[in-house]
Design a binder for this molecule. Structure first.
Ligand SMILES: *Cc1c(COP(=O)(O)O)cnc(C)c1O
Length: 376
């Protein structure tokens, strides 16, 4: 039982509505754009904070066959819902975890020579096979410029001596998320040079959400969108081709009229310049509302939507409470619902107002939010 969906919305501070139909529609859109390449789904970090179980279930039922997670335990959770899916574990393989991959039919993305040695040795010693009787599957992650995880050319050369012990199903790399296509072009060149040494026949994968829409069109055999599935804009600066997925709402719990000079919030930073009508809403950083929404240096900050009007956050964001200035909105009373993220304020707007990435904003949405899933 998940207390976040069992409680009634009126007991909750914030209500997070996740539109599963929109996630599926976004996956279908990406699938169209990807043409011949297979379109998988990245569901790491609890499906970017939106709930791994319902998201995997919806995508699996819609026909998604390949999922990517960061950790083995996320792979196990995905396996429980998607019995026949292909599941890649992106973050490499921790020491002594090889049996887990075989037990749950997960594919480790091997990122270093020690990982290749570990997995190769396990395969050789255990003699375990897939249900079809083949060698256990694995993937190789190549390092092409981010300098975090992955095999450099000499690692690949070294590791390839052991690659007969398992079945290399996929060769992948992770691209930068930058506006400069030159950086990505260089990564693609390096990837090409490395994969064609010995693995030209192995399916390849390099595209995250943003790369799907690049001029270079580096789709290869399998694409790995995450953010775009969840409604984030994969083409910053251009109209978002994806459907919005997330709505975050909160209730007004108190309305107050301020005299000029009165201050708001625990840090007392905000001063009423004239008579103002403010509302305290039942949301805070405990729900994933970034404190920077009211603390941007230029004073811009974010706002909520009340009765169709923008109402700025004022004072400081507390753990459970934040105030908004509703003077320019219509009549607002206790129990009214305001939009923090939704049809008017996109996840990208919300994040930009706080000076963080949309990825951080999404995955930061609190465990405390009451979750509502709009089903198909
Ligand atoms: C998270 C992740 C992705 C998905 O990236 P998005 O920008 O969210 O589409 C793809 N590949 C790897 C290796 C990742 O870690």
């Amino acid at each position: 039982m998940d207390v976040r969906t069992e409680i009634s919305p009126s007991e909750a501070g914030t209500i997070l509505t996740v539109d599963l139909e929109a996630i599926v529609a976004n996956w279908q859109t990406l699938r169209m754009v990807c043409g011949e390449a297979e379109c998988g789904a990245v569901v790491k970090a609890d499906a970017y904070g939106l709930g791994l179980n319902p998201v995997v279930k919806a995508l699996y039922e819609a026909g998604c066959k390949t999922f990517f997670v960061a950790h083995a335990f996320e792979g196990r959770a995905t396996r429980a819902i998607a019995p026949l899916a292909t599941i890649y574990v992106l973050n490499g393989m921790r020491p002594n975890t090889a049996p887990l991959y075989a037990d749950f039919n997960l594919i480790p993305v091997l990122c270093s020579v020690p990982e290749i040695e570990d997995f190769g040795q396990y395969c050789a010693v255990s003699k375990r096979r897939t249900p079809e009787g083949g060698l256990l599957p694995a993937a190789f992650r190549l390092e092409t410029g981010l300098h975090q995880l992955g095999l450099k050319p000499y690692d690949l050369e070294h590791g390839s001596h052991l690659s007969h012990l398992f079945d290399v199903r996929l060769i992948m790399t992770q691209l930068a998320r930058v506006k400069h296509e030159a950086v990505i072009t260089k990564q693609i060149e390096l990837f090409e040079a490395m994969r064609t040494t010995k693995y030209a026949h192995v399916p390849a994968s390099i595209a995250h959400s943003g790369a799907i829409f690049l001029e270079a069109n580096p789709l290869y055999d399998l694409v790995r969108p995450g953010y775009a599935l969840y409604g984030g804009n994969p083409v910053p600066g251009r109209p978002n081709p994806m459907k919005p997925v997330v709505r975050l709402e909160s209730q007004v719990i108190q309305v107050r009229i301020l005299e000029p000079g009165e201050r708001v919030g625990e840090d007392q930073s905000w001063v009423a310049r004239g008579p103002r009508r403010i509302c305290t809403i039942s949301a805070g950083f405990g729900d994933g509302i970034p404190q920077s929404l009211t603390k941007t240096k230029n004073g811009a900050g974010g706002f909520v939507i009340s009765q169709g009007k923008r109402c700025p956050y004022i004072g400081s964001v507390g753990m459970d409470l934040v105030a908004v200035d509703t003077s320019d909105s219509g009549y607002v009373e206790r129990g009214d619902i305001v939009e923090l993220i939704g049809p008017t304020i996109t996840i990208d707007d919300f994040a930009a107002a706080a000076g963080i990435s949309g990825y951080e904003a999404l995955t930061g949405l609190g465990q405390r939010c009451h979750r509502r899933y709009q089903k198909l």
